[in-house]
Write a protein that binds this ligand. Structure first.
Ligand code: GRF
Length: 220
């Protein structure tokens, strides 16, 4: 028996957030056990990085199914087979169906590279630069059927500098993500964070706004 929280992580790409979580767990800093990393893309570099860490991996490609519905049902079954009490989206680029979201309601978190509700969807760094924003960052939220719209848990903020580019922002926001995602997962694993009656609660109190972290070290 282990008292570590069983977790499944869904990825589509590099998996740096997955690695940040796995490495914290391995060091004993995060009470989770990653039962599987699942990708919709067989070429996702994160799959290899998971295997190098001794984590089981699986691939489920949409094009191998007759319909989107079949894919979603199988994805739900595959995730469930690994027995997670928490499912983490970490750069998973497919929009999940209502079926999937309902199945894992209250135990499904996502990380998004903007200060939500600003810039849901794609190209968030470009959009923050074009808007001339002074701040940018990342958000962790519970996943609901509204795209990037579920209850927020924590945000990490950085200041935008005049020399920032999409690339520099992407690097800085990734650093922020590697801090706030493990933090949110730790709160969930320790029972402090929950989604109840559609709202996020921390220590039983409703989170009217996300917990904020100003991250100086990512702010160069
Ligand atoms: C992150 O920026 C995350 O916020 C977004 O996709 C990116 C994934 O990066 N959802 P990685 O694969 O974890 O490196």
């Amino acid at each position: 028996m282990t008292d570590k929280l069983p977790v499944v992580i869904l990825i589509s790409g590099h998996g740096s957030n997955m690695c940040a979580l796995a490495d914290r767990a391995k060091n004993g800093d995060l009470p989770i056990e990653i039962h599987a990393v699942i990708s919709d893309r067989p070429e996702a570099p994160g799959l290899l990085r998971a295997q190098e860490r001794g984590i089981e991996t699986a691939v489920l490609r949409l094009q191998d199914f007759n319909s989107r519905e079949d894919f979603d049902i199988r994805l739900g079954e595959t995730v469930e087979r690994f027995g997670p009490r928490l499912v983490l989206l970490a750069g998973y680029m497919k929009i999940l169906s209502s079926h999937f979201v309902r199945k894992f309601a209250g135990r499904l978190l996502n990380i998004h590279p903007s200060l939500l509700p600003k810039y849901s969807g794609l190209r968030t760094h470009q959009r923050a630069l074009e808007a001339g924003d002074r701040e940018h960052g990342a958000s962790v939220h519970f996943v609901t059927e509204e795209l990037d719209g579920g209850p927020l848990v924590i945000q990490g903020r950085i200041s935008l500098r005049s020399h920032d580019t999409v690339e520099s922002l992407s690097a800085k926001v990734h650093l922020v993500e590697h801090m706030i995602y493990p933090q949110a997962v730790e709160w969930f694993a320790s029972g402090r964070l929950e989604l109840r009656e559609g709202v996020a609660r921390m220590d039983g109190r409703i989170l009217n706004s996300p917990i904020q972290l100003a991250i100086e070290s990512a702010n160069q």
